[in-house]
Design a protein around this ligand. Structure first.
Ligand SMILES: [Zn+2]
Length: 238
């Protein structure tokens, strides 16, 4: 094979290898994403529970204040009872007393309900916090593993970059410019083999006349259909 062409085949392979690292690195990063999403969800659940507990505690405080007010009111009614002048006033005070007592009952029931809500929400909170600790630990382990995988891929990629740069240094500048020009649109398939008389870039069959010329030529040739640089793939012809 033409020496320049041989270099371009290698160069194109290096470029292909370099690009192939990207989806591998991305795949590693996506693995981590699933786990961090779980952690984010748990963190948001914890926040919500703190809010509910705070609000419930505030309601509890309001009920305590209300109870104190009712107790003051009941003492006040008791005092007024002694001063009542007639049956009508006594009855009015009794009614007021009844209403206040009902409110006391209601406030007490509400306090019991709020206390049990606070207890159950606190239990829920503790369970989620425990889950979060576990999840964060496994994310950390996974992150270390993924970081190591990515570092390994990046170091392999750098090695290919180095090999490529050594090769580029030996390639004739005109040949290199020709390759780069085709690579701009053909990307990693700028240099393709011809197998079974077909271009592996565009899959078009190459006519007999061009093919017989191509078989014997030692020049760099391009596909008559797509313009990619083509080379004889001996392994397929055999
Ligand atoms: Zn072609």
């Amino acid at each position: 094979m033409n020496k320049h062409l041989e270099q371009l085949v290698k160069l194109s392979q290096f470029d292909k290898d370099i690009v192939n690292f990207d989806p591998q690195i991305k795949k590693e990063q996506e693995k981590l994403k699933v786990f961090t999403e779980t952690v984010d969800k748990l963190n948001s659940d914890v926040e919500k529970l703190y809010t509910i507990i705070d609000e419930t505690k505030n309601k509890r405080i309001k009920n305590d204040i209300h109870l104190k007010e009712l107790s003051d009111k009941l003492s006040e009614i008791e005092g007024k009872h002694k001063l009542a002048k007639n049956e009508k006033e006594v009855k009015a005070l009794q009614l007021e007393e009844e209403i206040a007592k009902e409110q006391v009952n209601f406030a007490n029931e509400e306090i019991v309900r709020l206390d049990s809500l606070i207890t159950s929400k606190n239990e829920e909170l503790e369970a989620i916090k425990a889950e979060l600790v576990q999840e964060e630990e496994s994310v950390k382990e996974l992150k270390d593993l993924i970081d190591a995988n990515i570092a390994k891929l990046e170091s392999e990629r750098n090695k290919v970059y180095e090999e490529k740069s050594v090769l580029v240094g030996t390639v004739d500048s005109k040949v290199l410019a020709f390759y780069e020009k085709i690579r701009r649109w053909a990307a990693e398939s700028a240099v393709v083999p011809v197998k079974k008389q077909a271009c592996y870039g565009c899959n078009m069959k190459i006519n007999d006349r061009f093919y017989s010329e191509f078989i014997v030529s030692d020049e760099i040739m391009t596909c008559p259909h797509c313009g990619r640089i083509i080379y004889k793939d001996d392994s397929a012809e055999a």
